[in-house]
Design a protein around this ligand. Structure first.
Ligand SMILES: CC(C)(COP(=O)(O)OP(=O)(O)OC[C@H]1O[C@@H](n2cnc3c(N)ncnc32)[C@H](O)[C@@H]1OP(=O)(O)O)[C@@H](O)C(=O)NCCC(=O)NCCS
Length: 163
């Protein structure tokens, strides 16, 4: 059984920061290298960074699968779309339609906000996730390079799903 629980306490943010540390190191070090991941985890996925994003309107949800916390999502309501900022599932739980269930949940949120599209960014070399997003109905609308400071850039594609 899959459940999505809103993260709104410091201990929830700690759980998410721990998941991010595990998933990002395993998944992204081969793609962008350790220095960039050390920098990005500290800047975007520390307990304090998550708390600050929540203050700024980001909503975080923990994904529970048969009572285990196996991943997390972050979304933000924008003017024209729902921004899917983060969706991460532990590697041992991938391919079990958890991402697909999460996408239904996110679509419900977009509908509740009267938004008719979801947008996300994904690293251009994150091939498996790009394939999953395509299966889930997203279309690649082109490259998006973002300078994140300290000499690092995020080399992404932007993908959009119309609802
Ligand atoms: C991307 C991610 C969230 C997807 O979650 P998941 O639970 O593994 O995905 P699901 O099992 O729900 O699969 C969703 C759909 O994508 C397809 N899919 C998943 N991985 C795929 C792959 N590597 N190649 C092709 N299709 C794939 C599935 O077949 C399914 O489509 P279907 O229902 O038509 O068969 C998860 O794999 C993940 O956390 N990846 C690593 C972290 C990451 O890169 N996150 C995204 C950052 S932008």
């Amino acid at each position: 059984m899959i459940e999505f629980r809103k993260a709104n306490t410091k201990s929830n943010f700690e759980v998410i920061a721990q998941l991010a540390d595990t998933i990002w190191r395993e998944h992204y070090i081969p793609i962008v290298g350790k220095p960039q991941i050390d920098y990005m985890l500290d800047k975007y996925q520390s307990t304090e960074a998550i708390a600050s994003q929540v203050q700024d309107g980001y909503e975080y949800f923990m994904i529970h699968y048969n009572s285990n916390t196996v991943g997390y999502i972050s979304i933000k309501k924008e003017e024209a779309a729902l921004f899917l900022s983060k969706i991460y599932v532990l590697s041992s739980y991938r391919g079990k339609k958890i991402g697909k269930s999460a996408m239904f949940f996110i679509e419900e949120k977009a509908n509740a906000y009267h938004l008719n599209s979801i947008r996300l960014t994904v690293n251009i070399n994150n091939i498996n996730s790009i394939k999953a997003y395509e299966k889930l109905g997203f279309i690649n609308v082109g490259p998006l390079v973002t300078d994140i400071g300290s000499g690092f850039v995020m080399d992404d594609y932007e993908m959009i799903k119309k609802l």
